[in-house]
Design a protein around this ligand. Structure first.
Ligand code: PLP
Length: 492
């Protein structure tokens, strides 16, 4: 393909994507294929001679689309939102076109420098304390784009582990690293995302799950009790991961109680706000982040809710030296003459892979095309849609709301046995009209209704509720026992 053909095919591709998104509602949101569906549809080996481009494009509809779960359909309410917008997609195209690998400042200065400025822009949108910003007064901190919240949690844990081991060895040089590792203990809430547990598994340290309160949030006294127990048993508490916006119910750990404990005990506090973090750009939700000043690191995913396509996970550190000190390797072929400059960042020391794409371009495009006000409007629209869905559920007395609705997630269930809600969920998935996933809260099987797509409107919410209520009525006519249908189901 030469540049002339690329120009033509590129324009066709933009049309294909725009048509796909314009008409996405017409497709069943969840694929009807069985495992292994794809292999028989394409040859078992790569072509020896070039394929025709037209045939490749035809195969997108024949081979790929039947197996696509349409995350950007307004009928998709599963997991948490995955961000998508046109400016982000265009910036990603440019990133592919430039195709640099920005592991050091010298490897592509614009790639590094734009990222440092975008992380400051975003940090200021969140009103992060100055100590997390490159440009903050007397700041030793800064931000980095990681691939995922999982990676940020792991990087923080590994940096904390390294810092703790070095500190202990400084006063007790005879102590072997392995001996210290065996005593290290990390903490998180029982409501944490599985990636937090995995970070401890990968980091080779113990992790204890602290029980949450009746609102699924972690309180200071529960953490303190465990830390005291562990210290008395000769263990070394070193890392705590708080969650703002837990995956099952979007609960918020109490940073103002937890932070001072971590600071007193020399425990690294990392905050995982993967989904909810985007909402903190709105002044009415910013109070949830109060206490971030106690944290050593903070992370959230613009690729979830801030209209920046995957992958873009924003992580800030209070002391960038903590990660650079932990992960630095400096072979001659990666050195450059500016690397010791105060104002130069070599991001390869800040994360696990060496290579990195020019991801800040999509932040730059999105922030400029939407402006802070446009991004806030997006968040507020999703929250108001969630509230609208909540009121539909509350008006039907067969159902109950299972957790406070603060942002774009509604947790609900049919009153009665878990089996009833489980069967309702199975029927929702089978129908393929909408898609959502369940969770377990306090031993109860709960349906999670997350506002996901950028294009979701009130009519989609009403249609989804009508569908759920209809399936619930069908269940009540089946063999299971269920309360009578409530009076206030809104049919559209
Ligand atoms: N943390 C929380 C609270 C989440 O809800 C999720 C995903 O939904 C993650 C972490 C994982 O995010 P990522 O896919 O960016 O690793």
């Amino acid at each position: 393909m030469d540049s002339a053909e690329f120009r033509r095919r590129g324009k066709e591709m933009v049309d294909l994507i725009a048509d796909y998104l314009d008409n996405i509602e017409e497709r069943p949101v969840y694929p009807g294929v069985e495992p292994g569906y794809l292999r028989p549809l394409i040859p078992s080996e790569a072509p020896v001679d070039p394929d025709n481009y037209e045939d490749i494009i035809k195969d997108v509809e024949r081979v790929i689309m039947p197996g696509v779960t349409h995350w950007h359909s307004p009928h998709f309410f599963a997991y948490f939102s995955a961000a998508q917008s046109f400016p982000a997609m265009l910036a990603d195209m440019l990133s592919g076109g430039i195709g640099c690998i920005g592991f050091s400042w010298a490897a592509s200065p614009a790639c590094t420098e734009l990222e440092t400025v975008m992380m400051d822009w975003l940090g200021k949108m969140l009103k992060l304390p100055d100590c997390f910003l490159f440009s903050g007064v007397n700041s030793q901190g800064g931000g980095v784009i990681q691939s995922s919240a999982s990676e940020a949690t792991l990087v923080a844990l590994l940096a904390a582990r390294c810092k703790t081991v070095r500190k202990i060895q400084a006063s007790n040089p005879a102590l072997a690293e392995g001996e210290i590792f065996g005593k290290l203990v990390s903490y998180t809430s029982e409501q944490c995302h599985s990636s937090v547990e995995r970070a401890a598994l990968i980091g080779g340290v113990k992790m204890r799950k602290v029980p949450s309160d009746s609102n699924f949030a972690l309180r200071g006294d529960a953490l303190k009790k465990m830390v005291d127990e562990d210290k008395a048993a000769g263990l070394i508490p070193f890392y705590f991961c708080a969650t703002l916006g837990t995956t099952p119910s979007c609960a918020f750990d109490h940073l103002l109680e937890l932070g001072p404990i971590c600071n007193e005990e020399n425990i690294w506090m990392h905050i995982d706000a993967a989904y909810a973090g985007s909402s903190f750009i709105c002044p009415e939700y910013r109070h949830i982040l109060n206490g971030v000043e106690f944290a050593d690191s903070f992370n959230f995913n613009p690729h979830k809710w801030l209209l920046v396509n995957f992958d873009c996970s924003a992580m800030w550190l209070k002391r960038k030296a903590d990660v650079v000190g932990a992960f630095k390797c400096d072979p001659l072929y990666l050195k450059h003459k500016n690397q010791d400059s105060e104002i130069v960042t070599d991001y390869r020391h800040w994360h696990i892979p060496m290579g990195r794409r020019f991801r800040s371009l999509k932040m730059w495009f999105v922030f400029r095309v939407y402006g802070l006000s446009g991004l806030q409007a997006h968040i507020r629209k999703h929250v108001s849609l969630a509230k609208e869905f909540e009121s539909l559920v509350r008006a039907d007395h067969r159902f109950e709301i299972c957790a406070e609705v603060v942002l774009g997630l509604v947790c609900f269930r049919l009153k009665g046995t878990n089996e009833l809600s489980q069967r309702l969920h199975e029927n929702i998935v089978k129908s393929r009209e909408i898609h959502l996933v369940p969770c377990r809260l306090d031993g109860r099987f709960v349906l999670r209704f997350a506002i996901c797509a950028r294009t979701t409107e009130p009519r989609h919410i009403h249609r989804a509720w009508h569908h759920i209520a209809k399936l619930a009525s069908q269940l009540s006519r089946g063999p299971g026992k269920m309360p009578e249908r409530g009076p206030a189901v809104i049919e559209t």
